[in-house]
Design a protein around this ligand. Structure first.
Ligand code: UDX
Length: 429
């Protein structure tokens, strides 16, 4: 099939590459010329394991192209995926102006029957608005369908997630669109759930909010564990073995960040409110998530007593491992708060330091964790990168001024840390 993807962000770029890998002809459109040129030269705008190789393979095979020319993309394709950003606006609602712009552009260049797919995460009823926008901007009477096909890939394992999804959700309003979409996904070897458009839109928001709820729930449990002298990791194991609960997303820590959960929960709460339902549990989820960071800073303060003029090393800046993404990363809040209290900050992240430099001021960036540890009064673990789990802790201790480690991701064994002579604190243990 000929497929056009509008927007080469995380979702758009990965989706386009995966379809090309499956043998389709894909043209990825982005209005940013620099980004398109970068992609044409084989350079990736994001760090995502395995993506560069897959892009290169498919570009070489002639199945994957990048362009700024949306007209060429629309006229040559049967299916057009809208994968542009839906950032939060000031009041927490999703800003849908990029979606609307693309819908208008697509409408103007439609030359025959097209399927327009919402791939970006959007609030329920966006499909209806996209449909009306296209109807109002299309130049002659051309048939089209608007489909919702939410993406569930996670950063850091995006290729794997997109190639082997747990399920594929297709929200359609016509038989014609259903057939084409099911055909497109037939060899993905995953269950396909076909629904109406609104239900598909809600599936995405409801799924992400539920996962965030799981995280906030275990973080709340972690707080009880800490007060009671229990171990949240053992509690999570014990809960997670119940098949109805499952172990995934029960890792207590600094709470969720990233480009999706914070904004999706906000947007879901807002749209629910607009529709007439106050969704209090979502507000609780957000509050617990915020408090988790606040309490973590307090924990550092408790251990250091005076933070002013102390040097604190932060290991990990990205919102989670295997990504260079700093959006809503807990490390930003933690570093800002510690700086407000007068601390000097040293930091290291295997991938996110370039992005961090755009956001965080007055941080001394180091080349490796050992240089971070040199002379610090406290080490903070903010992201659970694999390389931190393998650190030579004896060497780390020798480098430090005071052996305080405050671990926001529970990557070390408390007993072992005490044996090594650290003053070690973690979450819910
Ligand atoms: C998420 C969804 O998982 C994905 O389906 C959706 O399409 C986009 O949003 P992503 O933001 O890439 O993906 O990361 P994810 O792995 O889901 O983690 C989100 C946040 O939750 C991270 O900050 C992570 O550190 C945190 N998290 C996750 C926890 O704190 N505990 C957990 O047990 C799991």
């Amino acid at each position: 099939m000929n497929i056009c993807i509008v927007g080469t962000g995380y979702v758009g770029l990965v989706t386009g590459t995966i379809f090309a890998h499956k043998g389709h002809n894909v043209i990825c459109i982005d209005k940013e010329e620099d980004k398109v040129n970068m992609l044409k030269e084989g350079r990736m705008p994001i760090y995502e394991p395995g993506l560069d190789k897959l892009v290169e393979e498919n570009v070489r095979a002639g199945r994957l192209n990048f362009s700024t020319d949306i007209e060429a993309g629309v006229t040559s394709s049967q299916i057009i995926f809208i994968a542009v950003g839906t950032p939060p606006s000031e009041d927490g609602r999703a800003d849908l102006s990029y979606i609307e712009q693309v819908a208008r552009q697509v409408a103007r260049h439609m030359n025959e029957y097209k399927i327009i797919v919402e791939k970006s995460t959007v609030p329920v009823q966006t499909g209806e608005k996209v449909k009306t926008t296209i109807e109002m901007n299309v130049r002659s009477k051309i048939e089209f369908d608007v489909v919702s096909n939410p993406e569930f890939l996670k950063e850091g394992s995006a290729i794997e997630d997109a190639l082997h999804p747990d399920r594929i959700v297709i929200g359609v309003s016509s038989e014609r669109a259903r057939k084409v979409m099911e055909d497109l996904y037939k060899d993905f070897n995953a269950p396909i759930i076909t629904t109406d458009v609104k239900s598909a839109e809600i599936i995405k928001h409801a799924a992400n909010s539920f996962l965030a709820l799981k995280i906030s729930y275990i973080n709340a449990v972690a707080n009880v564990c800490e007060l009671a002298g229990a171990n949240v990791m053992e509690v999570a194991e014990g809960m997670g073995l119940d098949k109805r609960i499952g172990r995934n997303f029960l890792n207590a820590g600094l709470g969720y960040g990233g480009s999706c959960f914070p904004k999706d929960i906000d947007a879901f709460a807002r749209i629910s409110e607009e529709l007439g339902y106050d969704f209090p549990i979502l507000k609780e989820v957000q509050q617990i998530n915020y408090d988790q960071r606040k309490m973590f800073v307090k924990k550092i303060e408790q251990e250091l007593w005076i933070v002013k003029r102390k040097t604190i090393g932060v290991l990990g800046l990205a919102f989670k491992p295997n990504t260079d993404d700093m959006r809503e990363a807990p490390a930003i809040y933690i570093i800002n708060e510690l700086q407000k209290r007068g601390a000097n900050i040293k930091a290291y992240d295997p991938e996110a330091m370039d992005n961090a430099k755009q956001i965080l001021d007055k941080v001394e960036y180091c080349q490796d964790p050992y240089s971070v540890a040199k002379g610090v009064d406290c080490l903070v673990i903010a992201t659970e990168w694999e390389e931190f789990k393998l650190l030579d802790l004896k060497r780390i201790k020798k480098e430090m001024n005071q052996p305080n480690i405050i671990d926001g991701r529970n990557i070390f064994d408390p007993a072992k840390m005490i044996e090594l002579g650290f003053n070690y604190r973690s979450i819910g243990r």
